[in-house]
Structures are given as C-alpha cells and as structure tokens.
Design a protein around this ligand. Structure first.
Ligand code: A2P
Length: 263
C-alpha cells in the first residue's frame, strides 16, 4: 500500500493545513504551508485535493494568497455530493492536503496590457483569485484605481470579501501601498442588502459608472472576470460589445476570464 501511495504522489507536495474557517454552510477557506520551492504569480490556480484510496483526487483552485505570502490560502464551495469538496470541507488543522506544484492561469498581470483602472468582477467563490491580486503591490503600481466587485445570492456569502478588505486595511504594509485606490462593491441578488443586483445589470444601467466615476472603456480600463460559466459568458459578451479584446499569457489584451472551479 505504501508503494502505491508513493507512486501516485510522485511530483505532488503534501501540505499541512494550518487553520480552517467556515463562512457559511456553502463555503469555507483554509491556510496551509507553502513549500519553499513553490513559486506562483498572483491570480494563478493550482490543482489541490486529498488522497482517496491512495490516489490524489484533485481539482483546480485559485490561490487566494498573494505571491509574497509565506503560506497558501484557498477558498472553496461545499458540494455535499461533490467527490472532493464533500471530504475537503471536513479537513482539520494538522491534516495534509495534496498539491500539484504547477501553478497556471490567465488572471495575471502578464495577460493584460497597461491601463489606468483595473476591474475585478467576481461572483461567489470566484473572488478567490482577486484576494491574491488585491494584495499584490504590483496591482497598485500598475493601476490608479482597482474596483473589486463581488456578487452573491445571500448577504452571508459576502463575508469573505468584507474580511479580505478588512485584512488589507489592517495589514502591516498594504495600507500604504493600496492608499485609496481600492473600491469594493458587494452586491446581493436574492436577499435584501444596501447594494442589490447583478454587476452585469449595473454595467448596463450606469450604476457601475456612477459608483466608479466613469463607464467601462477599453482605452483606460482592464478587466479580470471570475465566476460561473453563465456569468463569464455574459461579462465576456459585454466586454466584447464595448470593444475590449481578450488577453492571454502569450498575447496580453484588455480583459481576461477564468471560470470559478467547482466539482
Ligand atoms: P442570481 O441570483 O440573479 O442568479 P451562483 O451561486 O448561481 O453561481 O450565483 C452567484 C451570483 O452570481 C448570484 O448573485 C447570481 O445572481 C449571479 N449570477 C448568476 N448568473 C449570472 C450572470 N449571467 N451574470 C451576472 N451574474 C450572475
């Protein structure tokens, strides 16, 4: 049995879990140790998971931590009959997760051409890569304004985003780097809250322009999008209608997308 596990784990890293936080009955996050040799760019994702019958059961997860942080943070949905998250949601401090240490992704600065404002549009756990981007000093070197939008069905699901902005405000060096550049817009669609509605509707009816000072414009703005497939398609169509060109690592552009990863 030992041998089978060793073979299946070739090239994988085993990472000790440090703390777990359950945000709602649908989401949780955790920190784990970061291998000294593991390098990634803020906004990338990695394959992580657990050993199931001696074999790694992995899914793509955005890394919430910025590239400079000495530990790794992940934010996950709980799918009660999901092969991985039905188990992963029960991890405890001291348990080990498995990671394939090959980070990839398009929600990175390298995939965008320079601009003045950066829009980070997310729904649900799609905020995860932006927890990385909004804590990376490079973001504030490159942009004058950074607009993070987070839309969820219920108010309770916005907590991770509010805690993220609190962590930025209370951080040792980030407040000086961020200044007043970061704008956080949190909206709900199925429960009453101070700001309601899908951001796609906010873009169309002018509410986003009112909240940020000007309508989306490919001449000045760059966009990263992360959420469900339906959300991505709608945001992508809006960007393209406005004249934004999609970017990639090999050919940087004006907007980039990545789907939020669920099982
Ligand atoms: P809504 O409640 O109107 O469907 P989900 O949990 O289904 O992934 O949804 C997370 C959030 O994303 C919800 O607030 C949902 O709004 C919103 N959403 C779903 N589809 C789209 C879309 N096509 N464009 C923008 N937002 C969307």
């Amino acid at each position: 049995m030992e041998q089978v596990v060793d073979k299946a784990l070739r090239g994988m890293a085993l990472l000790k879990v440090r703390d777990i936080r359950h945000w709602t009955d649908r989401t949780f996050s955790f920190h784990c140790e970061r291998p000294a040799s593991f390098r990634f760019r803020s906004g990338e994702f990695a394959m992580i998971g657990l050993l199931a019958e001696g074999k790694p059961l992995l899914r793509a997860y955005s890394i919430c931590s910025p590239a400079w942080e000495e530990e790794l943070e992940f934010y996950s949905i709980k799918v009660q009959d999901g092969p991985l998250t039905s188990r992963l949601q029960h991890i405890r401090e001291g348990d080990e997760i498995v990671m394939r240490p090959k980070p990839v992704g398009t929600l990175v600065h390298d995939a965008l051409v320079p601009g003045k404002r950066l829009f980070l549009f997310s729904t649900g756990t799609g905020i995860a890569p932006f927890a990385s981007i909004t804590r990376d000093p490079e973001t504030y070197d490159k942009f004058d304004q950074v607009v993070l939008t987070h839309t969820c069905r219920q108010v309770g699901e916005l907590a991770f985003g509010y805690d993220l902005t609190r962590r930025i405000r209370e951080h040792e060096f980030l407040p000086e780097v961020v200044g007043d550049k970061l704008v956080h817009i949190a909206t709900t669609t199925r429960e009453e809250s101070p700001a309601m509605g899908r951001i796609t509707d906010w873009i169309r009816d002018g509410r986003l322009a009112a909240a940020t000072g000007a309508p989306l414009d490919p001449a000045t703005d760059r966009v990263m999008i992360c959420g469900s497939m339906a959300m991505l398609q709608e945001h992508k169509a809006i960007c393209e209608e406005l004249g934004f060109v999609e970017g990639s690592n090999s050919e940087p552009g004006q907007f980039v997308i990545e789907k939020a990863f669920v099982d």
